[in-house]
Design a protein around this ligand. Sequence first.
Ligand code: AIR
Length: 175
Amino acid sequence: MSQPSAPAVGILMGSESDMATMRRCAEVLDAYGIASELAVISAHRAPDLVRAYAMAARDRGLRVLVAGAGAAAHLPGVLASLTTLPVIGVPLAGTPLSGFDALLSIVQMPAGIPVATVAVGEMGARNAGHLAAQILGLSDPVIAAAIDRTRAAMREKVQLPEGFSRVHHPASPGG
Ligand code: AIR
């Protein structure tokens, strides 16, 4: 039996309540054949665990970290301060401010410690998976080819109306 491959992407989140959204990131990575691991490690409730995870990440073989958090969402920024692996931040929306709080907390990093911030909620979680794959694809032609196939499949679903080439486009209004 072949060994399962070691995770290349760590998907972290601030609470178990974030899991349903952040799983969408893991699903995208699975579809590219990229191994990932999911863990709940709150920057506020367990900062010691966040530190330990970030400091060990590179030696454990992780290449990219994805961190989702809601409210005062410090997890992506704290991780980014503790590792030079690329960190992708996902603002999550389960608060009275609908994720605007998390978006500003994650996106407004001071110069020198970047977090690549994606959209709020599930759309962002999925894009974090695509972006992590693109980062890994820089040095892995198998992943790069899988991304090309995924893009081609997306394009297939976009249809121009039948007879599009016969549609008249006036050069100027009234022309
Ligand atoms: N959170 C947890 N620790 C620090 C932060 N920012 C976030 C979680 C979750 C929100 O607080 O990421 O989105 C609410 O968490 P809970 O556990 O109360 O459901």
